[in-house]
Design a protein around this ligand. Structure first.
Ligand code: C2E
Ligand code: MG
Ligand code: MG
Length: 591
């Protein structure tokens, strides 16, 4: 047999087809056809997967022309040339019959698809591939079909996936599954903004409970809690464990926000009764945060994060909180301010402004308070009332406070240098309670004073009441150490905190600064006058000086002076000034 004959032999001739190459020896042809058939069968049998040659007859129906044992094991004994594909249960049920019919009728060279057979737990999964056999098209349209059983793999995938989406302790969907459910709602073409909400419920102080009763009882509580939540869900609600002691509920809302609030109330009511664990009875206090699905979310996760944002506020307020985008914007601003403030401190972009402290009796300048200023290249001036709290929250107050102390003393040293001798100008620097708690303030101060050659008596540190209330023992130690350096201490914003009088008496505090809120209300409000009077007589009794903050009108300066207040500070005298302007101000008033 020459090469082309061998090829022709492999591909045909088919049984029953007439040989078109002229008169031939019938016996030879039949023998050749048998050999070819056998060779092809051998080839199919050698394959490790179910394989068959499918053929389309001239009538248009297709059938299995040849199949290996693995194919027959799947498709059954009816998979033979006499039975149309569509009449073979397996091929019809998997959809392979229809796909193969279409494939054979069309022009595609190959096709791959997934097929399923059977129902529910008995369902089997297959990968099917059809590849056209094109040699000798005269023999009709044919293709090689191979089928790989992927059931085990798919089942493993499915159970892995189920595992990935389930919280193992409570059996509830986990955070990933919850987000998928939210995604489903957002992707629904019938989605309506405000038609769905996410409520997050957090067990407050769960970690304390866990510590007290042990992890096993803690787990039991979580399970019981989850079950209680389940019992109050409405049809269609999705409950998931979205965090350690946090549960999320995705719910349909008929009446928008009202519905969400009602649901939260209902759930809260259901959680009031104590939880009975094997040996204990525990009452659980919960916080609720809620976010509606607006459709503006870029990711499903955003909805949950919004609800958690509201939850954070709920923990502080004790009320159910609804997420509002404005608050998130403010939080984002705080966050970016934190990052930018870090750079500003490192890059030396902060300045100090100096506001005069004026002797109310004779109008002379008794010193300056150094106030931090931040002029942001893009956002403009950012008030310390905004960035100081951010600095305190983030811990940046420590480097900021160190900088302020150093920069203030550098300015004072600069004034001295310009005058050629030390000037009698004291300076006050604000010291955050957080810095007092975390930093070694006395050695910091001693170091800065000696570095700039400034006498300790020219420095006052202004602390707020919280510095003392938080850790009285530490505050006492620090204040005494500062006293050793001759540094004075002022109690800033006095009247707004909760300092006990005992501490006020015991601690070396030299000045009480009366908070601006009392001062500015004084002229109109008798209560404020009474408070100012009380603070002034307290200061007198304790031998302290007093500075009234926020004097913005001459009448206030006059009234305070008459009440016996020693010093004042405020826009009436001057706004906080740049170092040069401050020195000029002092010169003009001390002549
Ligand atoms: P504070 O220490 O009580 O400073 C007085 C604040 O009152 C300053 O606000 C000052 O500009 C403002 N003020 C003074 N007179 C008047 C007035 O007549 N009317 C009005 N409306 N306000 C007046 P500022 O500079 O915005 O600082 C706010 C707070 O930020 C300060 O309150 C202080 O607690 C904090 N702060 C500022 N700089 C620093 C700093 O370097 N370190 C620390 N830890 N805190 C600082
Ligand atoms: Mg101050
Ligand atoms: Mg103040």
């Amino acid at each position: 047999m020459d090469a082309s004959a061998a090829q022709r032999g492999f591909e045909g001739p088919e049984e029953g087809s007439t040989a078109a190459d002229g008169p031939a020896d019938d016996a030879t042809l039949i023998a050749a056809a048998r050999i070819v058939q056998q060779a092809r069968q051998d080839y199919l049998d050698a394959l490790p997967i179910a394989a068959a040659v499918l053929q389309r007859s001239t009538g248009g129906t297709s059938h299995v022309h040849l199949a290996n044992a693995l194919f027959l094991a799947l498709a059954g004994p009816r998979a033979c040339p006499d039975v149309p594909l569509a009449a073979i249960a397996f091929l019809a049920g998997t959809g392979v019959a229809a796909r193969a019919e279409a494939f054979l009728a069309g022009d595609e060279r190959d096709a791959e698809f997934e097929a399923r057979y059977g129902e529910a737990v008995a369902q089997r999964h297959f990968s099917v591939r059809l590849a056209r056999l094109e040699i000798l098209p005269a023999l009709g349209r044919r293709c090689l079909a191979t089928i790989v059983d992927r059931t085990a793999q798919v089942e493993t995938e499915q159970s892995l996936r189920a595992e990935m989406l389930r919280d193992s302790l409570t059996g509830l969907p986990n955070r990933t599954a919850f987000n998928e459910a939210v995604e489903g709602v957002l992707a629904d073409p019938a989605f309506q903004p405000g038609g769905h909400g996410v409520l997050v419920v957090d067990m407050r102080r769960f970690s304390r409970v866990n510590e007290c009763v042990g992890a096993i009882a803690g787990d039991e509580l979580l399970i019981t809690f989850a079950r209680r939540l389940c019992s109050v869900l409405r049809a269609g609600d999705v409950l998931a464990r979205t965090g350690g002691d946090e549960f999320g509920i995705l719910m349909r809302l008929e009446k928008g926000l009202d519905d969400a609030l009602q649901a939260a109330e209902r759930i809260r009511a259901a959680l009031v009764a104590p939880f009975r664990l094997s040996e204990l009875e525990i009452r659980v206090d919960c916080a609720f945060g809620c976010a509606l699905l607006s459709g503006h979310e870029e990711l499903a996760d955003e909805v949950l994060r919004n609800a958690q944002f509201a939850l954070k506020r709920a923990k502080a307020s004790g009320e159910i909180q609804i997420y509002e985008p404005n608050q998130a914007r403010a939080a984002r601003r705080r966050f970016s301010i934190e990052t930018e403030l870090r750079h500003a401190i490192e890059g030396g972009d902060l300045q100090l402004a100096f506001q005069p402290l004026v002797d109310l009796a004779d109008g002379t300048v008794a010193g300056f308070e150094a106030l931090a200023r931040w002029s942001h290249p893009r956002r403009g001036a950012i008030s310390p009332t905004e960035f100081i709290p951010v600095a305190e929250e983030s811990g940046l107050i420590v480097p900021l406070g160190r900088w302020a102390l150093d920069a203030a003393l550098a300015v004072v040293a600069g004034w001295d240098a310009a005058a050629g001798a030390p000037l009698p100008i004291p300076v006050s620097v604000n010291l955050s309670a957080i810095q007092l708690a975390r930093d070694d303030v006395p050695s910091l101060v001693a170091d800065a004073l000696s570095r700039h050659g400034i006498d300790g008596a020219r420095l006052t540190l202004e602390l707020t009441e919280s510095a003392i209330v938080q850790d009285p023992a530490r505050a006492t130690k620090v204040l005494h150490a500062l006293q050793e350096l001759a540094v004075r201490a002022a109690m800033d914003d006095f009247g707004t905190g909760y300092t006990s009088l005992a501490y006020l008496q015991r601690l070396p505090i030299d000045v009480l600064k009366i908070d601006r809120s009392f001062v500015s209300d004084m002229l109109a409000d008798a209560d404020s006058v009474a408070i100012v009077r009380a603070i002034l007589s307290l200061a007198r009794a304790l031998g302290m000086e007093t500075t009234a903050e926020g004097i913005d009108r001459p009448e206030l300066a006059e009234a305070l002076e008459q009440l016996g207040c020693t010093h004042g500070q405020g826009f009436y005298f001057a706004r906080p000034l740049a170092p040069d302007a401050a020195l000029a101000y002092w010169r003009a008033r001390s002549a």
